[in-house]
Design a binder for this molecule. Structure first.
Ligand code: CMP
Length: 225
C-alpha cells in the first residue's frame, strides 16, 4: 500500500515513514458494496475501520425498524473506535451508502500504535469532541426545531461532513436519499421534499447537475442554529 494513502488520513498525519510502513503492514483492505452492513449495534467490537474510498452512515434502529442517522462519514474518516476504547458492544450500525473500500486495524495493533504515538490519541480526542458537538446540534434540532429547522440542520451536518465551499456557497455532491435525509432530520420523506422545495423557492438553496448548493452558507448557518 503506498504510504501517501495513509499520510492523507488525518488520524495518521503525524506519523513518520517508518511508523506508517509498520502501520501499513497491520492493515487489511476490504471492499464493501453499497448498502452493506459493516458493523451492527450490539456486535462485539475488535476492529477499527478507516474509510479509504466511499461513504457510510452511522445509525440506530428501533424495534419497529425506524432508523435515526447519527452521522455520515466519508473518505479519511474512521469508525469503530468506541467499542475498542470502552470494551462494550458496538454503539451503532454502520452501513455503506456507496461502494466502499475500508482499511481494518485490529484492536491490539491499534492500542500498540496509540501507546507509541500519543499524538494519535490527541487526534482521536479532537475528532470525538467534534462528533459530540455535532451530536449536540442534532439533539437540539430534533428536540427544539420545527421541520424547516430540522431539515436545515441535517443539510448543515452533511455540508460539514462532505461539502466543499467556494465563494461562500457550499456544494454537496451525492446528497443522501430523501429517506436518509428524513432519518437524519427525524421527519418524513414527504416533509423533506416539501421543505427542500420551499428552500429552493426562497433561494436559500439550489439544485443543479446532481448537486445541492447552499447559497449563503454562513447566513444559512446563523439562521438555523
Ligand atoms: P463503535 O461503537 O465501535 O461502532 C459503531 C461506531 O459508530 C462507533 O464505534 C463510532 O465510530 C461511530 N459512531 C457512533 N456514534 C457516532 C456519532 N454520533 N457520530 C459519528 N460517529 C459515531
Amino acid at each position: 500500500m503506498p504510504l501517501s494513502i495513509l499520510r492523507d488520513i488525518p488520524l495518521f498525519a503525524e506519523l513518520n515513514d517508518e511508523e506508517l510502513t509498520k502501520l501499513a503492514g497491520c492493515l487489511q483492505t476490504k471492499e464493501y458494496k453499497k448498502d452493506s452492513t459493516v458493523v451492527s449495534e450490539t456486535d462485539e467490537g475488535s476492529t477499527l475501520f478507516i474509510i479509504n474510498k466511499g461513504q457510510v452512515k452511522i445509525s440506530r434502529t428501533s424495534e419497529s425498524k425506524k432508523e435515526v442517522i447519527l452521522a455520515i462519514l466519508g473518505e479519511g474518516d474512521f469508525f469503530g473506535e468506541m467499542s475498542l476504547l470502552d470494551g462494550l458492544t458496538r454503539s451503532a450500525n454502520v452501513i455503506t451508502i456507496k461502494d466502499s473500500e475500508l482499511f481494518l486495524l485490529r484492536r491490539e495493533d491499534f492500542l500498540v500504535l496509540t501507546e507509541k504515538n500519543p499524538q494519535i490519541a490527541v487526534g482521536l480526542l479532537k475528532e470525538l469532541a467534534f462528533r459530540l458537538r455535532k451530536s449536540d446540534a442534532q439533539i437540539k434540532s430534533l428536540s427544539l426545531f420545527d421541520a424547516a429547522g430540522r431539515v436545515a440542520t441535517a443539510l448543515i451536518q452533511i455540508a460539514e461532513d462532505t461539502g466543499t465551499i467556494k465563494d461562500g456557497v457550499v456544494r454537496i455532491q451525492n446528497l443522501p436519499s430523501q429517506q436518509d435525509l428524513a432519518n437524519i432530520a427525524g421527519t418524513s420523506r414527504e416533509t423533506i421534499s416539501r421543505v427542500l422545495n420551499a428552500f429552493i423557492a426562497d433561494k436559500l438553496i439550489k439544485k443543479s447537475k446532481g448537486s445541492l448548493f447552499i447559497n449563503n452558507y454562513e447566513k444559512f448557518k446563523r439562521r438555523f442554529s
